[in-house]
Design a protein around this ligand. Structure first.
Ligand code: SF4
Ligand code: SF4
Ligand code: FES
Length: 333
């Protein structure tokens, strides 16, 4: 985007512009997922039709429904201006802030995923808050305070300062497919990691304190799918400026936790391509024997080539890969 187009893009992004296909009085059809309260475990979708009003937001539609049709509808909001993060819901399958998103002519509204539903559109934030508290997200300084202003550079603070834009809306947590796997992984999830990054990526924090928190983050379970970034209303580059730097910090402070990633990188640098057999052997060691049956199947299907592994065959991309990955930092294959 060139500098001259910035104002235009902002204008186009206004609620009025996004709603320009609707005229005052046009019908808005809503389906709202209801549960909890008198319904208990039962889930149902209630349908409502309301008149569109100029610059109408999802939150305005919810207020209209509560005032005219369903006074017992549970939904949460506080600031009404993209500050408090309490109003996030899913609209037509996508996480949005109700106070910031324009209405659609047909809308299905549901609560966020991956958190217990208290009632209707209200979720219980306690699991997220417990996870953040367990990280003990504050600074422990092992050096004397250097006086004011502190000699911090923009480069030292750029990732931590991006994370400080978080409004704790949990949209990213709802969108994350790895969190959706439940207890199959110990992944903390994007929203708690953004909170952790505010102090873990701060150059003043004690590395031992940071390492202790990262040990419980399960960060290498992130599959870098970018679903979290797609829905973040604060436009935080969650993968590139939170999760990747935290992964790098984990690899530096606790290399044993990053064994898979570091080995993957070392093999690429040595051979110019990944070798799945070597990766499994080096990461799992003797435990790889447990997967012999699967290995035979892969061998028959031509998916693995033990000879290539045995003779450490490399291809023409190895030199470039070594240069790109700064091979001097990588363990030898
Ligand atoms: S990039 Fe990682 S944290 Fe973000 S949604 Fe995907 S798996 Fe979750
Ligand atoms: S990182 Fe973005 S989406 Fe996630 S909680 Fe913070 S503001 Fe919301
Ligand atoms: S009501 Fe505060 S962010 Fe929407």
């Amino acid at each position: 985007m060139d500098a001259r187009s910035i104002g235009k893009v902002e204008n186009f992004d206004s609620l009025t512009a996004r709603n320009q296909r609707l005229a005052a009085g046009d019908p808005i059809r809503l389906r709202i997922r209801r549960s909890g309260g008198d319904l208990g475990e039962q889930i149902r979708f209630d349908s409502f039709e309301i008149p569109y009003q100029t610059s109408m937001r999802v939150l305005d539609a919810l207020i209209y429904v509560a005032e005219h049709f369903a006074p017992d509808l549970a939904y949460r909001w506080f600031c009404g201006s993209k500050m408090c993060g309490t109003c996030a819901v899913r609209m037509n399958g996508r996480e949005v802030l109700a106070c910031w998103e324009s209405v659609e002519p047909e809308m299905t509204l549901e609560p966020l995923r991956n958190l217990p539903v208290v009632r209707d559109l209200v979720v219980d934030r306690a699991p997220y808050e417990a996870r953040v508290a367990a990280f003990e997200p504050w600074l422990v300084r092992n050096q004397e305070y250097a006086g004011f202003p502190e000699p911090l550079t923009h480069k030292e603070m750029k990732d931590a300062s991006k994370a400080l834009d978080c409004i704790s809306c949990m949209a990213c947590f709802s969108a994350c497919p790895v969190i959706g796997l439940g207890s199959l992984t110990d992944f903390a999830g994007p929203a708690p990691l953004v909170q952790l990054a505010q102090t873990a990526l701060d150059a003043r924090n004690d590395p031992n304190k940071v390492a202790g928190a990262l040990e419980h983050a399960g960060i290498f379970n992130c599959v870098s799918c970018y679903k979290c970034e797609e829905v973040c209303p604060a436009k935080i580059p969650i993968v590139s400026q939170v999760i990747e730097p935290l992964k790098a910090k984990t690899a530096a402070l606790r290399p044993a936790l990053a064994k898979h990633s570091l080995t993957f990188r070392a093999i690429i640098a040595a051979r110019g391509r990944i070798d799945p057999t070597e990766l499994v052997l080096r990461v799992q060691g003797l435990k790889a024997v447990l997967h012999v049956a699967r290995a035979i199947k892969l061998l028959i299907a031509g998916k693995i080539n033990p000879l290539r592994t045995l003779f450490k065959k490399r291809n023409g991309a190895a030199t470039a890969a070594r240069r790109v990955l700064r091979n001097e930092d990588i363990g030898q294959s």
